[in-house]
Design a protein around this ligand. Structure first.
Ligand code: SAM
Length: 231
């Protein structure tokens, strides 16, 4: 992947463009389906801020990602469902740092950084809070869609590059990455890149992820930093 551009030369879209679409813009059909969704109701009754928490829970049940004592970085964390679930699994032992462009209500046991994952100083700020390299990076990020295919693809690629750059800077050797992808060419080339950086790469589509959605999760285990990957 090409090197990331410096802060001075980067033209970043306004934060609002990168935020997920707000419900009021999603239309009546989306709202009706969302309200009727069993996972939405369960999230509410279980105290999770998002139905996404169940996607992480389902992958965790299968792949045993989270345990007490770990250091975890949650990228694109707001409103905080994944962070809440991770904090429960760590049970107060270990460290979790969550990052998002948007503000996030505090989650007990989670340190929050309001930042863009493409920020040049992000890794330094994350490492200062984690205290040691991360055992696990989880990323449920979704760029906002403009409808202009070329722009959307370029933005998506930029985010994926930033995720890998973040891994290079903060993930420990042997560590794990769980990242949301959307079916398409970019996901394929991202997967190929991950295959050169990790020992094992697999895809996951947890039941809580709507079958009609193009999203799926890539699980990459056994991070090989550049010196061992020969990259
Ligand atoms: C689907 S939401 C995450 C939901 C979260 N996993 C949960 O369970 O509550 C995607 C998040 O990615 C964030 N995001 C998008 N682009 C970002 C960027 N460049 N840097 C940081 N966060 C970003 C959005 O602000 C949004 O909150």
């Amino acid at each position: 992947m090409p090197a990331r551009r410096g802060a001075a030369t980067r033209r970043r879209p306004p934060a609002a463009l990168m935020a997920p679409p707000q419900p009021r813009r999603r239309g009546r059909q989306w709202l009706a389906r969302h309200r009727a969704d069993a996972f939405v109701r369960r999230a509410r009754s279980d105290g999770y801020r998002s139905r996404s928490a169940f996607k992480l829970a389902e992958i965790d049940r299968r792949d045993r990602l989270l345990r007490a004592g770990m250091t975890v970085l949650d990228l694109g964390a707001a409103p905080g469902g994944w962070s809440q679930y991770a904090a429960q699994r760590l049970g107060g032992k270990g460290r979790i740092v969550a990052v998002d462009l948007l503000a996030m209500e505090p989650v007990p046991g989670v340190e929050f950084l309001q930042a863009d994952i493409r920020d040049d100083d992000l890794a330094t700020r994350v490492m200062a809070r984690l205290g040691r390299p991360a055992d696990l990076v989880i990323c449920d990020m979704a760029p906002n869609i403009t409808g202009v295919a070329v722009t959307d693809q370029a933005r998506y690629l930029e985010l994926l590059e930033a995720v890998l750059e973040c891994c290079r800077a903060v993930l420990r050797e042997g560590g794990t990455l769980l990242v949301k992808l959307f079916e398409g060419e970019q996901a394929q080339s991202f997967r190929a890149h991950c295959e050169s950086l990790f020992t094992r790469v697999a895809t996951r589509k947890p039941p809580a992820s709507r079958s009609q959605s193009r999203e799926f999760y890539l699980l990459a285990v056994g991070f090989k930093p550049a010196r061992t990957a020969g990259a």
